[in-house]
Structures are given as C-alpha cells and as structure tokens.
Design a protein around this ligand. Structure first.
Ligand SMILES: [Zn+2]
Length: 158
C-alpha cells in the first residue's frame, strides 16, 4: 500500500483519503435528513462520480448512494462500464447495489461499516463481479457511528 502524505494532516492511505470523500457525501445526506450514506467512484486517482442517499427526496427506494455515484461516473466516462474504477461507500452495499456493481464490472469496492442486516456479504458474496476486489472496514467506526447516531436521534424524536 502506497501512503500519501499531506503537510497539514497525519499520514493516511489512499483508501482512507477517498473514504473521507464518501463521508463528506454522507454528511450531505445527513443535512437533508436522509440516512447518512455516501459514495464516490474513483478512476486513476480522480473522483469521477459522487453520490449520497436520496431515497426521501426522490421518493425512490433505489436512490442509494452507490446508484447515484455509478450513474454520475458512467455519465462522466460516457460509457456504462466502470473497469479500472473503485467504488468507495461508507456502508457495505446492499444486494441491489452489489448487483448493480456487477453490471458496471467495477475493479474494486471499498466500504466502511459492515451491515450485518442488509449488506450483500452475508447473503451472497458472489453477487459482485468475479473480477471485483472487495475491501471492508476502512474508517469503519466513523462510518457506522454516523448511521447509528442518525437512527438514535430519529428514535428519540418520536
Ligand atoms: Zn444499496
């Protein structure tokens, strides 16, 4: 693993750097009172697609962060395949998003928090493309705390 050093920041890995970008998207969802999950698609060190959960605003159960980021990245590239790209998402993808990732043929999926309830890993790890490398647990605590706090606040409101 290559390390990137920033003068004003402690040393972080590229995966942590881009997970921070996914977390920025999650914060945008939080501000809009959406379940705070964010995603970015990175191609050769450059962010080519961003997205956060929009299921409430769009009144669309399929408007997950990953779906938004896939669509944005495909629009940027002018093609539907995301070979040589990495998806960074703050929470383990659900079965729907893992299925969508299969069709993109994306090279890597890096996620933050594990989702034992709705995550694809427990259901069937072969939903993703056989060539897709899966990495989980990057900035896991920060990613899971954001979602946990959101639901705690929701519960306390009612
Ligand atoms: Zn999903």
């Amino acid at each position: 693993m290559r390390y990137v050093t920033f003068s004003d920041e402690p040393t972080i890995t590229p995966d942590e750097f881009f997970m921070n970008e996914a977390l920025k998207e999650a914060k945008l969802a939080l501000e809009a009172d959406e379940v705070p999950i964010g995603a970015v698609v990175v191609c050769r060190g450059k962010i080519i697609g961003r997205g956060h959960n929009l299921t409430e605003r769009l009144n669309d159960v399929t408007a997950h962060a990953e779906m938004q980021a896939f669509t944005a990245a495909a629009n940027f590239l002018g093609g539907k395949y995301l070979k040589d790209c990495t998806l960074y998402v703050s929470v383990e993808p659900c079965v729907m998003c893992a299925g969508a990732s299969y069709w993109t043929q994306i090279s890597r999926i890096v996620f933050g928090a594990y989702d034992p309830h709705r995550g694809f890993m427990r259901v069937n790890q072969r939903i993703t493309h056989p060539k897709t490398e899966i990495v989980g647990g990057i900035k896991e605590n920060e990613c899971s705390m954001m979602v946990k706090e959101f639901f705690l606040r929701k519960r306390n409101k009612t």
